[in-house]
Design a protein around this ligand. Structure first.
Ligand code: SF4
Length: 552
């Protein structure tokens, strides 16, 4: 049909049930759907919301299940292993999970190594995630690797010292010594704290904000310093652990005072931890002045960085979430985009009734959804039996994810590489391999369903995209480009790095034909001047940027 044709909407869009029957796609019947609701144990209020707001139409469930049966557990009828408690936390919570698994005949093994990881990085798993894991196929289960420490994540020598240590105090000492070496601020984030001179002529520092790129200010509010579950690759572990140098925004009005002085800021990004922890009354303190104050007209989008849709989507379905939904609706009705930034990296996370219902509920309340998705070993990057990267399986995961995001009307914002923080060695593979995988994904997805930028990696200089490889004068090179930068003029330039089949950190690539990258000298100067104002030494904000050739 030509896009200009007029159609009768009623005729073109029969009810979902009719649509399922007319196309023969009836993978999920009304009876299946009823069983699904029973299995999830939804309260009467949640069930009422699902029906009233048409959150789980059988047409959508059928299509999703029929297209992706290999990822879908929508029709699973297995009883839940973890039916009661909302979450398990810390070493003691981990041991309770292990005890329950053992009682069900499931043995995890490598318990000391896993507990070492938990002592360094923490552990938390929700009822939702625990019941979404396929406990019969742990070796290939992405959600298991996403939330449970795995053998090989911690360096071997640290594991050996931990296992050999005499007693729990000695073990904790080994864990703490490793914790000191974990480099939580890989991109010199301490230098991103903004400041301004207030009406009394005093300098005010925003201890809980980052403002590195002109259009977007990040806020780490005091209410968002927790997560629904902990990701094993967490790159915000200073926040999650509560390190003394974490970012913490106490004063909401201070954010508005800063914004009024910075008309270049169009996006306020509420993050953490997890923005999903912010209570509605606290969010109203941020949002209502943006709706009503003419001096804040330049703020056009509020982004909400949250993994609630992967870890605890039932929160969005609960009656207690209504005040938040009303605020979202109010923002939308006043021309402010509320962008919910999810972090899906596997189709499995999406193919769950609670997640689908929560996505649709947010959309019905004027929320835009986008996914910024990490590509991580064992979670969304797979290996074959020989331990080699399985390019086909990995690309398939991402192509299915891209198509499923489109089906659910979620924008595919980005795919990003593991950052050099935490146990980076475990989660990453060489950039050359990632580029091959990305190429496969990019050309397999329709342009409307592709990530909105090339594969990127965050550095102190900015977010660098890997455009691909090229041959110059017979030599192979990576073509790179900033998508965000400390100096936005750097975005105008494509630059080349020597092709390196082993390097996994874009910051450590060598320039192709110059002693250092074009931005390095200016970056050193920017970082020096920021450090001088902020009083930050190398110990707190990380080492100076490499002088490309002599950094090796
Ligand atoms: S949601 Fe973010 S802050 Fe929380 S554990 Fe995951 S990566 Fe870390």
């Amino acid at each position: 049909m030509d896009g200009g044709d007029e159609v009768d909407i009623q005729e073109a869009c029969p009810t979902n049930r009719e649509a399922s029957q007319s196309t023969g796609i009836a993978a999920v019947s009304e009876a299946d759907r009823a069983r699904m609701l029973d299995r999830q144990g939804y309260s009467p209020e949640v069930r009422a919301a699902i029906e009233r707001e048409n959150l789980l139409p059988t047409g959508l469930l059928s299509r999703a299940h029929a297209c992706y049966p290999q990822h879908s557990t929508l029709l699973s009828t297995d009883p839940f292993l973890f039916p009661e408690r909302r979450k398990y936390r810390g070493v003691s919570g981990f041991r309770e999970v292990v005890a329950r698994l053992t009682a069900s005949g499931i043995r995890l093994g490598d318990l000391e190594e896993r507990e070492l990881f938990i002592e360094v990085y923490r552990f938390m798993a929700t009822r939702h995630v625990l019941n979404a894991i396929d406990w019969r196929n742990l070796a290939s289960d992405s959600l298991f690797a996403l939330t449970f420490p795995q053998p090989g994540m911690m360096p071997r020598d640290v594991v050996e010292a931990y296992v050999a240590a005499d007693g729990s105090e000695a073990r904790t000492r080994v864990a703490r010594a490793h914790l000191e070496r974990t480099n939580p601020h890989d991109g010199k984030q301490r230098l991103n704290r903004p400041w301004f001179d207030n009406d009394r002529g005093e300098r005010e520092l925003l201890e809980g904000s980052q403002h590195k790129y002109p259009q977007c200010q990040l806020v780490f509010d005091r209410t968002t310093q927790d997560c629904f579950a902990f990701c094993t690759y967490c790159f915000r572990h200073a926040q999650v652990r509560g390190d003394e140098d974490m970012f913490l925004q106490q004063d909401v009005a201070q954010v508005h005072r800063y914004l009024r002085r910075h008309p270049e800021v169009t996006d306020l990004l509420i993050t953490g931890g997890d923005a999903g922890f912010m209570p509605a009354n606290r969010f109203a303190e941020y949002a209502l002045p943006i709706i009503s104050d003419p001096a804040l007209l330049h703020v056009r989008t509020i982004r909400f960085a949250s993994r609630v849709l992967s870890y605890a989507p039932e929160v969005v379905l609960s009656p207690g979430y209504r005040p938040m939904l009303e605020l979202f609706r109010r923002l939308s009705d006043n021309g402010i985009q509320l962008a919910f930034m999810a972090h899906f990296s596997t189709p499995r996370e999406l193919l769950h009734p609670s997640t689908i219902a929560a996505i649709r509920r947010l959309q019905h309340h004027g929320v835009t959804l986008r996914s910024q998705s990490p590509i991580m070993n064992r979670i969304s990057l797979f290996r074959d039996e020989r331990g080699e990267v399985d390019v086909d399986r990995t690309a398939r995961n991402w192509i299915d994810l891209g198509n499923l995001l489109a089906m659910l009307r979620i924008g595919f914002h980005s795919m990003y590489c593991a950052r050099p923080t935490g146990e980076h060695h475990y989660f990453t593979v060489p950039l050359a391999v990632l580029d091959t995988i990305y190429g496969r994904i990019h050309r397999s997805l329709a342009s409307i369903s592709r990530p909105s930028r090339y594969l990127s990696m965050t550095t102190s200089a900015g977010k660098i995209s890997i455009l691909g490889t090229t041959i110059v004068g017979g030599r192979k090179a990576f073509a790179l480009k900033f998508t965000q930068a400390r100096n936005m003029a750097w975005l105008d330039r494509v630059f080349l790095a020597r092709y390196d089949e082993k390097q996994n950190n874009v910051d450590l690539l060598e320039p192709f034909d110059t002693p250092e990258f074009f931005f390095r000298e200016e970056l050193r100067e920017i970082e020096r001047s920021l450090a001088a104002v902020l009083g930050e030494g190398e110990a707190r904000c990380g080492p100076a940027p490499p002088r490309d050739r002599d950094a090796r």
